[in-house]
Design a protein around this ligand. Sequence first.
Ligand code: FES
Length: 128
Amino acid sequence: MVILSACSSDTVRPGVPNVPVNEQISVNSLQYPMLRQDGGYAYIQGGYRGIIVVRQNASTYYAFERACPYDPDANCGVVSADQSNLFLTHSCCGSQFNFQGAVTSGPAVYGLLQYRTSLVNNILYITN
Ligand code: FES
């Protein structure tokens, strides 16, 4: 019998797998209209299960892995911005993170995996 469980609390937490990350986006692209304002964000490909890019200000952007640090392989989705646009949440069992990637509500105990970013001439390079 196979039991699908998204948030079992009786197992050791697997870490988010360390996959090669090497993405670049133009932060001014029409593809990412929300990156034009502070606090805006965009979902892009890459990482283990996708990456969310958050604009802190015009010169500072963060990039977080969308796999939940509580259960990276949860089969019920990935971390997304909630309707308030103030928090990143994982709908499986409700872990919540702020836009700096820190846990604000469990069951997750670790913050979102953060990737390195560097901005050169409006191109944001995302690596690990
Ligand atoms: S796996 Fe349950 S909150 Fe992320």
